[in-house]
Design a protein around this ligand. Structure first.
Ligand SMILES: Nc1ncnc2c1ncn2[C@@H]1O[C@H](COP(=O)(O)OP(=O)(O)O)[C@@H](O)[C@H]1O
Ligand SMILES: [Mg+2]
Length: 344
């Protein structure tokens, strides 16, 4: 378990991290998402003490990283692998030579090095590229080498700092799949630092959202995606789940205020497939005597949980409408009045 407790990092008079507390469980894939400059890299570098926090505690399996001697810290760091946006490979070494590097530093006997390198090459799918130099590899292949080098000494934790940010979308998918496989097969805890919400959606079980050096939201990815609280997370989620009015409805004149008594209310409903088992639409019609039309529906998946979105118009008595809206608020779904459209 990795526990960050009340971490603060100050550069001069600038607070890059401000009272950050996070607990990461063994074997999970934990995401940390935020815009550029939010403090993500600083935070991840606090975990392996490349950047010791100004105040606070970093506990790894209960061990206080701030209190270790240099030698103890070196030995702890062997349990933490790291991958980077720009791969940081040695251009003068082959694929196998790059992967050998940490083993050489740890004085692993040559025969064992060879065996481990062969195993890991197979795992990342680069067996045939063993003797090639980085310059001959694609971005995705370079990152596979980076991953192989990071895990060849059997760390229990892998830190990934924007490791997919320099790759095209297809390659991102294949690298994320590889990381998921590694997490499953080897049980390595993975901490994914990214500014890309689709990475979080694809791979993380839990996530912390960081802004101006503070954690502004934290929890399971499914919960946070279905019910984001802060404008920042709403925007992030919108970038992958689209909470805006869909393109298909852009021809409609949705206005912010009711202009005529018989205007229809446009409502957006978002819900988790495994939570919303009430027949929501049927109840709006039956219990609240409303006329309901469905304008748009979509279903998305966050890992294996379905996430639905409906945009409907409703029309009916004001009092029925108010009751219906407050009923919707009581359900484990997100409902939002998008505006009003005039009836023709
Ligand atoms: N060594 C440093 N000295 C001074 N300021 C720094 C240093 N490292 C990072 N910062 C500042 O801290 C803030 C957070 O940086 P960083 O952790 O790299 O953000 P992110 O990885 O989220 O883009 C930025 O404003 C950055 O300029
Ligand atoms: Mg960064």
């Amino acid at each position: 378990m990795i526990e960050l407790k009340h971490i603060t990092k100050v550069y001069g008079n600038f607070k890059a991290l401000d009272d950050v507390s996070v607990t990461i469980r063994d074997g999970e894939i934990y995401g940390i998402v935020g815009q550029s400059g939010a403090g993500k890299s600083t935070l991840v570098r606090c975990i392996n003490m490349l950047e010791p926090p100004t105040t606070g505690e970093v506990l790894i399996n209960g061990k206080d990283m701030m209190k270790l001697s240099k030698a103890e810290l070196r030995s702890e760091r062997k349990g933490i692998g790291m991958i980077f946006q720009h791969f940081n490979l040695l251009s003068s070494r082959t694929v196998a030579g790059n992967i050998a590097f940490p083993l050489e530093l740890a004085n692993v006997p040559k025969a064992e090095q060879k065996k481990r390198i062969d195993d890991i090459l197979e795992m990342v799918g680069l067996t045939e590229y063993k003797d090639k130099y980085p310059a001959k590899l694609s971005g995705g292949q370079k990152q596979r080498v980076g991953i192989a080098r990071a895990i060849v000494s059997n760390p229990s934790v892998l830190l990934s700092d924007e490791a997919t940010s320099a790759l095209d979308p297809e390659t991102v998918k294949s690298i994320l799949q590889l990381l998921k496989d590694i997490n499953k097969k080897l049980g390595i805890t993975i901490i994914m630092i990214t500014h890309q919400m689709e990475v979080i959606k694809e791979i993380a079980e839990r996530v912390a959202v960081i802004e101006h050096g503070r954690i502004i939201e934290e929890g399971s990815v499914v919960d946070l995606f279905t019910n984001p609280q802060t404008p920042t997370l709403k925007k992030f989620v919108g970038s992958v789940m689209s909470s805006e009015v869909p393109e298909q409805l852009s021809h409609m004149d949705i206005h912010a205020d009711k202009e005529n008594a018989d205007d229809q209310t446009v409502l957006s409903l978002s819900f988790r497939g495994d939570v919303a088992n009430e027949p929501i639409i049927a109840n709006l019609i039956k219990k609240y005597n409303l006329d309901v039309s469905i304008l748009y529906g979509s279903i998305d998946y966050i890992q294996n949980v379905s996430f639905g979105r409906l945009i409907i118009t409703i029309i009916g008595d004001d009092s029925d409408m108010q009751e219906a809206l407050s009923h919707l608020k009581s359900l484990p779904i997100t409902s939002e009045v998008l505006g009003y459209v005039s009836s023709h």
